[in-house]
Design a protein around this ligand. Structure first.
Ligand SMILES: [Fe+2]
Length: 507
């Protein structure tokens, strides 16, 4: 696979990597008041960024050696904030029942934007423009992504012990650079066992200080009782450049097209084989499917690929939401069937819909594509015609917002639905989400969603990664505060149609 040019490039990059690696000195990790075991299975808590003190100088993201010295990367842990009750989708005169005995219909997790990274990927943005102001191009945390995923899986297993999970969603952008090795590591960490992080020019064990985060490690693996389903993200097939390139002599660094990407999910020891994809998907490259996660519960999950087509021209990049007629027609067909069959419906898609953009930096390249065959307003209008659609779950923006898309008809509040974004596992605040679908005594539905931070032990690689994620947030001046419509942890109320109420009453 190599050629003269790539060898020359490799030599230059090898020199650059050595120079960069000299800078890799982890910041001191602050002591918290929690006494945690390694990836404790008992504690699930959130953490907050310590502001950099006003007199500290600005530090470039590449100046890792200065992080600790200048007060970057600090965090404190805390209990999860209380649930905020959100009732915007109900009529204004709605009264909660005096006594509510809520019954759990479904419990699941949504984890997204793992961005598992081959840290020596020669076409990585760090070598060209890491001063460009976005974490996706460079954050020191990138070297630790497998360890953070392992920490998150420890947390999910712990939650499962206390409150069993019915299934999980991996919401896309498993990989940072759409490479085979990155995808394999993401699936292998879900599966558990020994993770071999060999890649690129140097093999393990790596020589020198601060290299052991690339050593083999044992991943705990997701509890075998929890089936997990995969959604495709833009980084999984169209990042950082649309055209696949030979980037080194390492064949495990090869680019994956959609069908090859889906094929990897069949090499797994967790359930289900294919993680939602079937042999038919491998033939067509079509990455959409639907499933019913719990026998006897009238609810279906529609997994939608709403990333850009591979043949799209470049209009402010390839991170836009997009649907062609084929996928839109498929979506309508699934929604029609779910509505007719009396099933509640959840759409799981990497890219959100109908959300606020307050950041001038991200809107031009992350909002809905201007060349999509189906526009965002057309999709929202159609979605509002399905009373049984209750939730759209998304990742992509690395934010953890909550947005009500209200019914256009106040007499039929059940035509509204919630859009909930899960934050990235890579970037601050490194959260995944849990969801509980509850049936209330008055036959309304509550969606209880919580942000969960992976549990880590002080000094572990996952803990160091957290500190680097905080430092990246500080050096890039990123924004993760809630949008005006947002909530951190929330109970999202949903009205049902008379027909669906009847079904739920009898359930
Ligand atoms: Fe994304």
């Amino acid at each position: 696979m190599g050629n003269k040019r790539s060898k020359k490039t490799n030599n230059r990059l090898s020199k650059q990597i050595k120079e960069i690696e000299q800078l890799i000195v982890p910041v001191p990790v602050p002591i918290t008041d929690l006494d945690l075991d390694f990836h404790s299975e008992k504690q699930c808590y959130t953490f907050f960024l310590d502001p950099v003190i006003a007199t500290s100088p600005n530090v470039e993201s590449s100046e890792i050696i200065k992080y600790g010295k200048e007060g970057y990367g600090g965090w404190t842990s805390n209990s999860n904030p209380e649930l905020e009750k959100r009732m915007e989708l109900l009529t204004e005169d709605y009264q909660s029942p005096a006594v509510n005995q809520a019954e759990t219909l479904l419990h699941f997790f949504a984890m997204t934007d793992l961005h598992i990274t081959d840290g020596e990927f020669p076409a990585h943005g760090i070598y060209t423009k890491y001063g460009g102001g976005i974490v996706s191009v460079y954050s020191e945390m990138m070297h630790y992504t497998t360890h953070v995923l392992d920490g998150a899986i420890h947390s999910i297993n712990a939650i499962h012990h206390e409150n069993p999970m019915d299934f999980g969603l991996s919401m896309g952008d498993n990989t940072n650079n759409a490479r085979y090795n990155e995808l394999r590591w993401s699936i292998d960490v879900f599966d558990g066992g020994e993770i071999n992080l060999d890649f690129g020019i140097n093999n393990n064990p790596r020589i020198g200080p601060r290299k052991n985060f690339y050593d083999d490690f044992m991943a705990v693996g997701l509890n075998q009782q929890i089936p997990w389903y995969q959604v495709i993200g833009n980084h999984d097939h169209i990042w950082p450049d649309k055209k696949p390139k030979v980037v080194s002599d390492d064949p495990s660094r090869r680019f994956l097209f959609r069908a090859d990407w889906m094929k990897e999910f069949f090499k797994t020891s967790t359930k289900p084989i294919g993680h939602g994809f079937t042999a038919a998907h491998l033939e067509s490259g079509f990455a959409c499917y639907a499933f019913e996660p719990k026998e006897g519960v009238p609810l279906k999950v529609i997994v939608l690929d709403n990333t850009q087509p591979d043949d799209d021209p470049n209009v402010n990049g390839y991170a836009h939401g997009s649907l062609d007629r084929l996928r839109f027609d498929w979506l309508i067909n699934e929604l029609d069937k779910g509505q007719e069959e009396g099933k509640l419906m959840i759409i799981a898609a990497h890219i959100p819909i109908g959300v606020e953009y307050l950041e001038p930096l991200t809107k031009p390249f992350m909002s809905w594509s201007t060349i999509s065959q189906v526009s965002e307003p057309e999709i929202i209008e159609k979605l509002h015609s399905y009373p049984n659609l209750i939730l759209w779950v998304a990742g992509h923006r690395h934010r953890n917002t909550v947005t009500p898309l209200k019914s256009p008809d106040p007499i039929q509040p059940e035509r509204g639905f919630w859009v909930v974004e899960a934050a990235s596992l890579r970037d601050f605040p490194q959260n995944f989400r849990t969801f509980e679908i509850l049936k209330n005594s008055d036959n309304t539905i509550s969606i209880v969603t919580k942000n969960i931070s992976p549990t880590v032990k002080e000094g572990s690689f996952a803990s160091i990664a957290r500190s680097y994620a905080v430092a990246a947030q500080q050096t890039f001046n990123g924004r993760t505060d809630m949008m005006p419509t947002g909530s951190y942890n929330a109970e999202l109320m949903v009205a049902l149609s008379p027909e669906m109420k009847k079904i739920i009453t009898e359930f």
